[in-house]
Design a protein around this ligand. Sequence first.
Ligand code: KG4
Ligand code: ZN
Length: 340
Amino acid sequence: MKKSIRILGIETSCDETAAAIVEDGRYILSNKLYSQIEIHKKFGGVVPEIASRNHIQKISGVIDEALSEANMTFADLDAIAVTYGPGLVGALLVGVSTAKALSFSLNKPLIPVNHMEGHIFANYITYMDLEPPCVCLIVSGGHTHLVHVQDYGRYRILGRTRDDAVGEAYDKVARTLGLPYPGGPQIDKLAMMGDPKAINFPRAYLDKDSLDFSFSGLKSAVLNYINQTNMKRQPIIKENVAASFQASVVEVLVNKTLMAVKNIGTDKLLLAGGVSANSELRKQFKDICYKKGINLYYPKIELCTDNAAMIASAGYYGYIRGDRADMTLNAVASLALDSK
Ligand code: KG4
Ligand code: ZN
């Protein structure tokens, strides 16, 4: 019988300290996470130095929990996979140093993983039989990418944001509405009670046929609307602002993604990243994909936002491909997805 491969994944690129063990790239044996959200909430967003300091305090404990939940010891692992970018450099360095120390002392391979690639893999652990090629829309706090996933580990960027990432726009609009960090889930909830047609916010389609995105104009339009309404001493109906902002975001994401699916000629579409947890985004994609005969995939809610199971899963495919890092592995804050 073929021996199972068990990979420890480590993720510290932003404000989640995470460790997980995944078998054969698809089966989660454990998935542990220490979220720093409550700490950063006070500041209205992630404070990089505080994130690094918390990672260094928590990482060993989180790894121990992942091993004990999987009923394993370090000796049972086949390799250590770690996020080395993109992300906050000080935060990434904690995961990278920890993974290097483990790899060296246990004499086990070290597998470097791109965080964005990890987000795509959250789909492969949600759907056991899912295989590339496909198109993936990655929408997170730091990135907005339309990607042609040609194979495991082979990516071509079809479009990307020219300014703010979608999650970043959600978080900034939420902050202006006086909602706590992270703002995405707050806007999602408020929007359910609002009228998406109440305010006609702009939609940035950019040049005809462009698969790039831009959300800074929309963000400014929402902030201007809030300031002007306040100056006129008129009431702000937060539910309507949230629903109208979200309608603009989702419309552009859906239309550009459908264009990418058509251009590539695939019938397989994946959503990934924190914003793929958004209920309106999922609903609209579900409706349109059903009508057009496109097979839609998105991760379980808890695997949309940052976690280490997706890193361990991506690490498995890197492991069987022969990707290895040595003790010179460094954090790369702006690591590109198509850099291989
Ligand atoms: O993927 P992620 O955990 O971190 C990055 O790699 O950036 O994404 C976090 C982002 C935050 O901006 C958060 O507000 C957003 O995902 N988010 C959502 C929802 N849940 C998380 N945005 C909209 N609706 C949601 N339900
Ligand atoms: Zn992420």
